[in-house]
Design a protein around this ligand. Structure first.
Ligand code: DC
Length: 228
């Protein structure tokens, strides 16, 4: 049981670039408050992963839309991630190749439109949702919005530390890839990564995860959204 009392239907939006730590923080805040958590990046990663597996071209809008429609029929949430057609896909969606494919398909408006309804439905009775456009597009009325960031080098270092266990690339290569992905996510025409005007920015470059979580809980408490 959570020690906190929450206002009914509390929605928290947590956006930020790749490697900002938003996934970890979202999970911890959700657990602390007893709310469900949705990592929206997993939806885009699943489309990217399916496209790679089926060798669908990442600019073939029609085929990708068909893929999203199929995905919406067969997707399910597992305790720690996502499954498709009864198979757990979470582990294989973590690679850089899938992340890049996700970022490419995420630039297509029809793909985003199809995923919007699902995300809003999941959030209906309250949740912590993390992504790129949660505060700006998916949940513009969320009671609290956070934008988590960190320096490129620090974000790459975190990513690299995760990948290195799988025998991954050098730190410099991860920095270069991250810059490309940041640019694509920030400069795309539809729902680009940007902080909502009413978002609170937290730079986690020199902060521990628990410090970020405490800062967020403090904001929620001061605003009367949660009470201990
Ligand atoms: O957060 P992530 O690295 O798992 O996300 C993978 C890609 O998906 C990211 O580069 C951009 C895209 N994405 C998005 O466009 N909108 C979201 N709400 C979440 C992710």
């Amino acid at each position: 049981m959570s020690q906190w009392q929450l206002i009914p239907g509390l929605q928290l939006a947590l956006d930020g670039p790749s490697g900002s730590g938003k996934g970890t923080v979202a999970k911890m805040v959700a657990e602390e408050l007893g709310l469900p958590v949705l990592d929206t990046g997993l939806l885009y990663r699943l489309i990217g992963g399916l496209a790679l597996q089926r060798t669908v071209a990442l600019d073939d809008e029609q085929a990708l839309v068909a893929l999203v429609e199929e995905m919406l029929q067969k997707v399910a949430w597992t305790v720690d991630g996502i499954s498709f057609d009864g198979e757990n896909w979470t582990g294989r969606l973590r690679s850089e190749a899938v992340g890049n494919a996700a970022s490419t398909v995420a630039a297509l408006q029809p793909v985003r439109d199809l995923l919007l309804g699902l995300q809003r439905k999941i959030a209906e009775s309250g949740c912590v949702m993390d992504g790129r456009d949660v505060g700006t597009v998916v949940l513009p009325n969320a009671q609290a919005k956070f934008f988590l960031t960190a320096s490129v080098r620090e974000r790459a270092r975190r990513r690299w530390a995760q990948l290195k266990d799988d025998g991954g690339s050098s730190l410099e290569a991860v920095i270069d890839e991250l810059k490309v992905r940041d640019q694509r996510d920030r400069e795309r025409q539809h729902a680009p990564l940007r902080q909502a005007d009413d978002a609170i920015v937290i730079d986690s470059t020199t902060m521990r995860v628990d410090e970020v979580v405490d800062r967020m809980l403090g904001v929620l408490e001061r605003r009367g959204l949660i009470r201990s």
